[in-house]
Design a protein around this ligand. Sequence first.
Ligand code: GUN
Ligand code: ZN
Length: 478
Amino acid sequence: MTIHLGHLIHITGAPDLRDAAQSLVDVADGALVIDDETGVIVYSGPRSGLADALSDGGALPDADAARGVTIDHGDAFLIPGFVDAHIHFPQTYSLDAYGGGQLLEWLNTCIFPAEARLADPEFARRIAREFTARRIAAGTTAAMVFGSAFPHAQDALFAETARVGLRLVSGRGIQTVGPDSAGPLITSEADAIALTTAEIDRWHAADTGDPATSLLHTAIVPRFTLSVTTETLRALGELYAEVSGRGVYVHTHLNENNRPGTGEIDTVKKLFEVDSYLDTYDGKFLPGSARGGESLLGRRTVLAHAVHCTEAELARMAQTGTSIAHCPTSQLFLGSGTMPWLSTIASGVTVAAGTDCGGGDEWLISRVLSDAFKVHISEPGDRGVSIHPAELLFTGTLAGARALDAEERFGNLDAGKEADFLVIEPERWPPLAAMLENGIRSDDPELARDQTLFALLMGLREPAIGEVYVRGRRVSAD
Ligand code: GUN
Ligand code: ZN
């Protein structure tokens, strides 16, 4: 066993977002005990409870404890690893890419040409290493990763992720139509299915052979409706019906850009003649939203953005267990608007956080949570809301695990979970240390606790993340 001592903060249990504050655990003198063999947390709580748990008749066998190692992190915070529910691997070098305007122009001018560079296997290996190193630096222990079109680049991503020991869900980005700039990323209909099937067979649960214990999972990833045809959607629906029993995921974009006439949503509706954008992923992609194939929605489906959804679309997502990756940093950068927070949450859909790098220009999920706080307090009238710090933490951790349908494995620091956690050492980033030390705190202990959590999330930067653990094992890029 390994015992980590530090200041534990996490959202316990399996609450809804609105119960996150009641489920906030904050133990200044905390201890996490991890079974070295399984990487599972066997004790989580105050140090004072440790002696009891280790004593004769306690929950933890003495003999194991005697063989254990204790790591005292001092005043450092131990928080769950961040879950990034939407990030683009081939855009690692494309954060803050200028020259594009909004979504469709930016894709055409900046992104498709940048992604085409991964055709070079040496470049693909380099970008896979850089992407993985950025994830470790940002404490992103689990991620839904939008992949490259090129199988060798996906091989490099999975291999590097397996080497360092992070969690990964990813699939090659599927494009069967598009503008000239996307030419190198486009394949035939037959190749789109063959390459995706080959990736699933090669990488799904490749580390343990069992999706229930694996750190590596694959996804079916049509880029968005405008990059595929009705034929592709039909074939992908068929493929999903075949592989969903193996725990394969679906990942794509929904309702991101609503510029009238020429934006993404209007173009989807005009080209496909459907009633709603969501219908195209729900098997109803023929004119008039007539059924043309199997649905891609479900508990392992994560749709990025969902900024401009109708009530019916949200209701259908809730009904099918489909989740939203909320990416406010990217939405600011690309002028995509603001996902209405209260009504989206009220629909019952799980809302997790996504960086959407390179549409978003921050790797750190807490920076995305900071932007979420700012954009949602700025929503007009009574739609504006000051999101509770526990709800922010929930959105960046447990909600992400839920969106990945892996909540029983990680997302908080409860006993029984696989130990994915970060050691936050504020003195490594002096502005954070200074805020925590000198910021105003209420006399009300509960509010003071919330104020400290808020300062921690808003003031966190990569240098303060001292150590990153996945399943109890320290992760490093070396
Ligand atoms: N829609 C289709 N492709 C993309 C992409 O690469 N980034 C974002 N933000 N939206 C998309
Ligand atoms: Zn995206």
